[in-house]
Design a protein around this ligand. Structure first.
Ligand code: NAP
Length: 248
């Protein structure tokens, strides 16, 4: 039997776990795709390709050339361009698409969350919430926060290309612990935390720490998901691929 080809759009822990699980299914050939943004990415097992496809046109061509049968979009909830491109390209080719998205975070008693719709809105709100800011939205969003009246600690996996004097850079990669986050918030006298609603366990400790210390959180809402089959767990994604590919 000819192997069925599955493209997993990755860059997340879920995508790496999915590559492991699908690699154990007979009759599948799994290719994971990374954007290539992180200098030393955590690589999925199995076949991996790195770099953009070249928009929807490039992705359509790539899917055709590689005779891909199914696509799983397991990108980060805020990778909206890739998600939109995957929806458009699979629709054009009539290919099945699954979106694997971990659930967002839920506000709990004691939280002081301010929901905003964009990074720009988060930046505009900050001066009324706090002056010493822990930014965890990623180095590429840093320019939006250029406000000389505030002080920022920006935590990211790779350093930004440049940053103003009122921004201190902390290079780190989760998972984080509540104790570690408590220590960081206290030591840096953080008055407000900024985060995307990324969801998941790996980076949730900062929210627990903020709750315990009464630190407000500015949290950016997720972009919408396309109209496609959507699951929240790796196990459900494996089941979808099994069914859709007819391999058992
Ligand atoms: P994005 O804004 O949605 O996509 C920008 C472009 O990057 C896409 O048009 C595509 O280029 C390329 N790209 C994105 N994901 C790709 C993938 N998995 N494989 C191949 N090309 C990809 O994406 P992003 O927000 O920059 O995220 C980039 C990667 O980092 C994703 O894999 C995502 O899962 C991961 N990530 C993102 C965040 C976040 O906060 N956004 C956080 C953690 C991890 P072409 O148009 O040329 O195909």
């Amino acid at each position: 039997m000819v192997a069925r080809v599955v493209l997993v759009l990755g860059g997340t822990g879920e995508a790496r776990r999915l590559a492991v699980a699908l690699g154990e299914v007979d009759g599948l050939r799994v290719v994971s795709s990374l954007a290539g943004r992180v200098r030393e990415p955590l690589l999925p097992v199995g076949e991996v390709r790195v770099g953009g496809f070249g928009g929807v046109r490039g992705l359509v061509d790539w899917l055709r050339e590689r005779a891909v049968d199914l696509v799983v979009d397991a990108t980060h909830p805020f990778a909206a361009i890739m998600t939109g491109n995957a929806a458009a390209a699979t629709a054009e080719l009539g290919l099945p698409l699954l979106v694997l998205r971990r659930p967002g975070w839920t506000e709990q008693v004691g939280d002081r969350w301010h929901w905003v719709s964009s990074i720009g809105e988060a930046a505009a709100l900050l001066p009324s919430v706090g002056r010493r800011v822990l930014l965890t939205t990623g180095r590429r969003d840093l320019p939006a926060f250029a406000n000389p009246e505030l002080w920022f600690l920006s935590r990211s996996v790779d350093p930004p290309e440049n940053h103003p004097d009122n921004v201190e850079i902390l290079l780190d990669r989760g998972p984080y612990t509540v104790d570690g986050e408590l220590e960081l918030l206290r030591r840096q006298r953080i008055e407000v935390l900024v985060t995307k609603d990324s969801g998941g366990e790996q980076t949730a400790a900062k929210l627990t720490a903020a709750r315990r210390l009464g630190v407000p959180v500015v949290i950016v809402r997720r972009p919408p998901v396309p109209a496609a089959d959507t699951v929240a767990t790796v196990a459900a994604a494996v089941e979808w691929v099994r069914r859709g590919s007819g391999v058992g």
